[in-house]
Design a protein around this ligand. Structure first.
Ligand code: ADP
Ligand code: ZN
Ligand code: ZN
Length: 748
């Protein structure tokens, strides 16, 4: 027997299977998906690989085929379905097969299980007789052991050998005699322990109709993709849970993707109340043991529901029947690493493979998904009203140019300031949203205008403050860090200072203006540790603070009943991004932020501070009018040929040498256009570039990008395939790295 093996090294030249012989003693373990060690190359260095296929025939001269060295004992065998998914991923997004395999196996190794042992009494009469005997012989340990078991019937093994000081040998002796038995039970790390609890919610008509549509299809064996569009607070989560109930009733499992780790706590506790311990969650902050145990529980059928960020899609359920993608518009569903897959698209492909349905949920669907729903590719389900009796908040747009004219130079408009005072007086809670962490954007010299930049990445350094002084300057791309200079490195002036606004600065300002208010801050810096998110969120919901200042972390999905004011400090930060999704992202953020206020009956208010009060994204977000936003947005996308009206392939080329980056990018452009010519499709594609990326250099690598636009996604994929093949063994590209990004979420 022979095995086709993918080596665990991501390099274009090794992106193929290699054939190895399976020694007779490994035949049983060497199955498809098994991790193996193989001798590789001239030196026969041992490296890791995965079996992706088996055959009885040698593809090359049999004498040249080496045998597998060993099958990895601790490695997990991949399911053939997982390999199939990796193949799909590779074909849609590029990268090597090894990259794809790594991505679809978030848990790779077994971790020593935690097992609890219980000693159980089997033969009471025998035990009683032996106890008499032990007493006579004055065997104290045996007396303690038998007395304990006769009394309780069973005892924890660790307790016996620990507290009761009984030798392990004694325990096993009794087991051999048939007096007792040791029972091992597997403990699972990382689960959520919540009691099931009735929430007493009766679905409203809209919710029920949405549930009925999906469950009706499920009962009839129809698998579909549904877009559940419902304003924030309309009760989408209740809909998900009711549909999951039906899926579980059919003996199948459900995967629920959420955009951020920060949302796990809230979602898991809500789901656990409904489904008890049949709920698992998985994310990157769990320990290896926790991840492995949750993975195993899912694989062995110990759980029905897996909640987690995009990698939870790769949960090895036996028969997944439903995949839910909550907040489907979120950019975090797109991977930033090769392969740059989109979890929404991949989930739909995966669902087709396994016969599952997909629900995409959002208050502000991505332009892509709404476009597809309007064209009938997805079935649209709508929740137009807020659940319970919460009403939509009242939104004020304040023009910061007018504030300046009126002599108000502070961070808060007059409207926002007076509303904060009002809420503090009424003892209601406030959220202040600023889409930038740390203190302030950049530091620059007021004398000569020089901004402090990262020498490796060509971006401004961000000032991090201690007290109210900038102390360190940090590059958010590569982590480069210097102390705040005392004088300008260019002109020597001492007038250098931080400009702009960030969470930390807002926090300090709030404390200064409202000294009695209790303030919490939530951003990447205050939530670094494992429980960080949970700590801040529960403190705020336990009423330990009046004001929560935070980045987009605070606007997404959290449900705080007492928040009646949301202040959006600088709505323009996201508008000024340089990619085609800036409008969509701004609308989403503002609409979601607005949705955070006034969730439970009390009327909420929202203040949006901006320098662009006429921009359609801001105007429509203030009105919470998605339709109007969408009409503007899709017109703009169609006009410029952006997704979903067309498809965009970004090819990123990086090199440590600037001249080489330029020449390789030119060469690559020529190859790509020749490729489209060869397909006889040059007219169906428009190409832009090569050009320098917005961030020209990251970690000392120069970055160039080539964009190709085409209505035909398949054409772009074919071009990618042939370019990957073409450059594999080409010396000209040896020192470059090339990545493909289909319909990118961010500008390059
Ligand atoms: P979404 O996921 O759309 O933001 P949620 O499912 O979180 O909305 O619901 C918002 C709030 O309304 C929650 O507190 C939820 O318990 C409540 N809720 C949802 N559906 C109902 C209902 N049918 N009746 C009463 N309250 C409801
Ligand atoms: Zn200067
Ligand atoms: Zn840098």
């Amino acid at each position: 027997m022979f095995a086709d093996i993918i080596v665990d090294i991501s390099h274009e030249n090794l992106d193929k299977t290699f054939q190895y012989a399976i020694p007779a003693e490994m035949l049983e373990k060497a199955v498809v998906g098994a991790p193996v060690m193989i001798p590789f190359g001239k030196g026969n260095r041992l490296i890791k690989g995965y079996i992706t296929g088996l055959s009885e025939k040698a593809k090359i001269d049999e004498s040249r085929i080496k045998p597998i060295a060993s099958v990895e004992e601790k490695g997990l065998v991949m399911e053939s379905r997982t390999i199939e998914l990796a193949e799909k991923m590779r074909s849609l997004y590029g990268g090597t097969m090894n990259d794809a395999l790594r991505t679809v196996t978030p848990v790779k190794q077994t971790v020593k299980p935690v097992v609890s042992k219980t000693v159980v009494l089997k033969d009471r009469d025998l035990a009683a007789r032996l106890l008499v005997e032990a007493r006579q012989k004055n065997h104290r340990a045996k007396v303690r052991f038998l007395t304990e078991l006769l009394q309780s019937g069973s005892a924890d093994y660790e307790l016996l050998v620990g507290k009761l000081n009984i030798a392990r040998k004694t325990v096993s002796d009794f087991e051999e005699l048939g007096v007792t038995e040791v029972i091992e039970t597997r403990q699972f790390r990382g689960g959520a322990a919540v009691q099931k609890q009735e929430n007493g919610i009766v679905l409203n008509e809209e919710q029920q109709a949405a549930v009925d549509t999906v469950t009706g299809d499920l009962k009839n064996g129809i698998k579909g993709v549904y877009l559940l569009k419902g304003v924030t607070g309309s009760g989408k989560t209740e809909v998900y849970m009711s549909v999951i109930e039906e899926v579980v009733r059919q003996g199948r499992q459900a995967i629920m993707l959420i955009p951020e780790i920060a949302l796990t706590y809230q979602t898991v506790s809500r789901f656990s109340k409904r489904f008890g311990d049949r709920v698992s969650f998985m994310h990157s902050r769990l320990s290896d043991g926790e991840k492995y145990d949750q993975y195993l529980r899912a694989k062995e059928g110990g759980t029905d529901i897996m909640i987690g960020p995009r990698s939870a899609l790769f949960t090895p359920f036996k028969d997944p029947g439903l995949i839910i993608i909550d907040e489907e518009h979120e950019s975090s569903y797109k991977s930033e690493n090769v392969p740059k897959y989109h979890a929404r698209e991949l989930a739909i492909e995966y669902a087709k493979m396994v016969g599952a349905s997909v629900i995409l949920g959002s208050a502000t669907p991505s332009t892509e998904s709404y476009y597809r729903a309007k064209r009938g590719e997805y079935r649209l389900l709508e929740l137009k009203n807020r659940a319970g009796n919460a009403s939509l908040p009242k939104v004020h747009i304040t023009d910061m140019r007018e504030e300046l004219k009126a002599g108000n130079m502070s961070m808060f408009s007059r409207k926002l300031k007076s509303l904060i005072e009002d809420r503090l007086m009424k003892k209601q809670q406030i959220m202040l949203f600023i889409n930038r962490r740390g203190y302030a954007g950049f530091v620059s010299c007021r004398a000569c205008g020089t901004a402090m930049r990262c020498p490796h990445c060509e971006v401004s350094l961000t000032a991090h403050m201690v007290g109210n002084r900038p102390e360190r300057l940090v590059c958010h791309y590569c982590g480069y860090e210097i102390p705040m200079p005392k004088t300008c490195p260019e002109c020597g002036s001492k007038y250098i200072a931080a400009f702009g606004t960030g969470t930390q600065k807002v926090e300090e300002y709030v404390k200064k203006v409202f000294p009695t208010a209790r303030v919490l801050r939530m951003d990447a810096d205050t939530t670094k540790d494992k429980q960080g998110h949970e700590r801040v969120l529960s403190a705020f919901s336990n009423d330990e603070a009046d004001i929560l200042v935070g980045t987009q972390m605070i606007v997404k999905g959290h449900d705080f009943a007492r928040v009646t004011l949301m202040g959006i400090i600088a709505a323009d930060l996201s508008l000024n991004a340089t990619d085609y999704r800036a409008g969509e992202r701004t609308f989403e953020l503002l609409a979601q932020a607005a949705g955070r206020s006034g969730r439970a009956g009390t009327d909420g208010e929202v203040v949006i501070q901006t320098y662009n009060p006429e921009h359609y994204a801001i105007v429509t977000a203030a009105k919470q009018d998605y339709e109007e936003f969408y009409e503007n947005e899709i017109a703009f996308r169609k006009m410029l040929g952006y997704p979903p009206a067309s498809n965009l392939l970004a090819v990123l080329l990086t090199s440590g040498d600037e001249a080489e980056a330029d020449s390789c990018a030119e060469f690559l452009y020529t190859l790509m256009s020749a490729c489209f010519e060869a397909f006889d499709a040059a007219e169906q594609v428009s190409m832009i570039g090569p050009s320098k990326c917005g961030v020209e250099k990251i970690k000392d690598r120069y970055r160039r990008v080539i964009y190709s636009k085409s209505a035909d996604y398949g054409l772009l994929v074919r071009c990618k395939d042939s370019i990957e093949e073409r450059i594999k063994d080409d010396k000209a590209f040896e020192k470059c790295s090339i990545q493909f990004d289909f319909n990118p979420m961010n500008g390059y």
